[in-house]
Write a protein that binds this ligand. Structure first.
Ligand SMILES: Nc1ncnc2c1ncn2[C@@H]1O[C@H](COP(=O)(O)OP(=O)(O)O)[C@@H](O)[C@H]1O
Ligand SMILES: C[C@@](O)(CCOP(=O)(O)O)CC(=O)O
Length: 427
């Protein structure tokens, strides 16, 4: 068979949650997140071998799977899943196929991080391939999929969402390429009820982005159980996102602007599990419904005010020191209140408290970001804050063995894709 050979690189940024973590899990409560200038990169190339090779550089892991085996599993699930009208639930098929493939290829793996990453890749791969009509599945070439990330895994800077978005985007683009590149009577048939943009497969429209975001949300459910959707949303669209969760769907406000906000991102080095912390907060809610509601309402107001200040900062003349100072003082008040409220929810940690105290000693205000229980904190640096004082604060944080990231740009681009193709390579 003659098809073009494909080389796609997709990337997505990590994020920090500025305000509203945990409260955003509950209906109607806002959170604000910004993308950061550290990214996860996923490269997908087609492969003349009949294998799917997965390389996870951050986890020092490589494994090759048999493409025939994957196709066989999907075909058998599709065969069984037809309803009376001859249609099948593609999501269900990919879930079942993923379980079967994990049993085949991941039962010997002890690392939960690798297992989770494989689970996500298998799910995204089978959920895309199961959209191809059964008889055409064998036309699919092998692939090599490699993932590299600038992000620390499991610390709250959105490594899992950046991973999910970049892998989802690569595999989705692979499917669009497949369906548009098969030649002559080899045209690839997708299931008729599949709404996938197979024309102009090498560009990304806003509809494609929405689709990638929804795929990444399904992947985030594998990692976190019941995520709010904030992480995959900010990692897909970049910029600054405000999100509220509702039964009927999330309300999302996007701003594609760099944030005029300088922060230090500080890693406690303490790993934690987002789903455990979300469960811990839910347990507190069930013991103290009324007080919990009031804490949520307070967190909601803090987040709304935080966003109002960010908006007003963007309008202030940067040389107007007095006005800047006044707005930053309000922002710092909100950071302190936010941290206090999150501590009341039980998600702070001694290492976070230590970071916040060191920052306070140097005149900076910091809070946890993400699920808490360890992970990251961030401190806001007002434009009028002396560089010397900031250096002193960083020195003390580093002496206490915390890793500090400075010069992070907030609000940069979201999902990005680069495509190279060589025509008429024999597969
Ligand atoms: N670059 C990567 N390669 C492979 N898996 C990754 C990568 N980045 C994230 N992951 C997956 O996401 C998990 C981390 O998720 P999580 O604990 O939510 O961290 P974070 O708060 O950074 O999103 C990892 O254990 C791994 O399964
Ligand atoms: C606690 C929570 O609000 C944020 C979790 O952030 P992170 O994945 O730990 O960065 C959970 C969520 O929004 O799904």
């Amino acid at each position: 068979m003659f098809v073009s050979q494909l080389d796609i690189t997709c990337s997505a940024p990590g994020k920090i949650i500025l305000s509203g973590e945990h409260s955003v899990v509950y209906p109607g409560k806002p959170a604000i997140a910004a993308s950061i200038s550290k990214r996860c990169h996923c490269r997908l190339t087609t492969n003349p071998d009949e294998t799917v090779t997965i390389g996870l550089a951050s986890l020092n892991f490589t494994r090759s799977l048999s493409l025939n085996e994957i196709v066989k599993v999907i075909k058998s699930r599709k065969g069984q899943a037809l309803d009376a009208a001859g249609k099948c639930d593609l999501e269900e098929i990919s879930r079942e196929s993923t379980t079967a493939l994990l049993e085949l290829y991941a039962s010997d793996i002890d690392s939960s991080g690798i297992k989770n990453a494989l689970h996500i890749i298998m799910f995204l791969l089978t959920s895309m391939l199961s959209r191809i009509e059964k008889d055409h599945l064998s036309k699919c070439p092998g692939v090599v999929l490699t993932v590299n990330s600038d992000l620390v895994l499991g610390a709250g800077s959105g490594s899992s969402a950046a991973f999910a978005v970049s892998v989802a985007g690569s595999i989705y683009t692979f499917l669009r390429w497949l369906s548009s590149s098969m030649q002559g009577d080899h045209t690839l048939a997708l299931d008729t009820d599949v709404n996938i943009n197979r024309n102009s497969w090498d560009t990304i429209t806003s509809e494609d982005l929405n689709f990638i975001n929804s795929l990444a949300f399904l992947a985030e459910k594998i990692t976190h159980g019941t995520p709010s959707g904030l992480d995959n949303t900010i990692c897909t669209y970049g910029g600054v996102v405000k999100l509220k969760r509702y039964e009927a769907g999330n309300e999302i406000e996007k701003t594609r602007a760099m944030l005029p906000l300088e922060v230090l991102l500080i890693d406690t080095g303490v790993s934690r599990s987002t789903s455990n912390l979300v469960a811990k907060v839910a347990a507190l809610k069930s013991r103290h419904e009324l007080i919990f509601d009031q804490l949520l309402t307070a967190l909601g107001s803090v987040t709304e005010s935080f966003l109002d200040i960010l908006k007003s900062l963007a309008k202030i003349d940067p040389s107007d020191d007095k006005k800047m100072e006044c707005e930053f003082q309000k922002l710092e008040d909100l950071i302190d209140m936010n941290q206090g409220l999150l501590t009341s929810l039980g998600v702070s940690h001694p290492s976070l408290n230590q970071i916040i105290d060191i920052c306070k000693d140097h005149g900076l205000h910091a809070k946890l970001t993400g699920a808490g229980g360890g992970g990251y904190a961030f401190a806001v640096i007002p434009p009028t804050f002396g560089r010397h004082s900031m250096d002193k604060c960083i020195e003390e944080l580093e002496r206490a063995k915390f890793k500090v990231y400075r010069d992070l740009k907030l609000g940069g681009p979201g999902f990005e894709m680069k495509v190279e193709k060589n025509e008429n390579v024999q597969m």
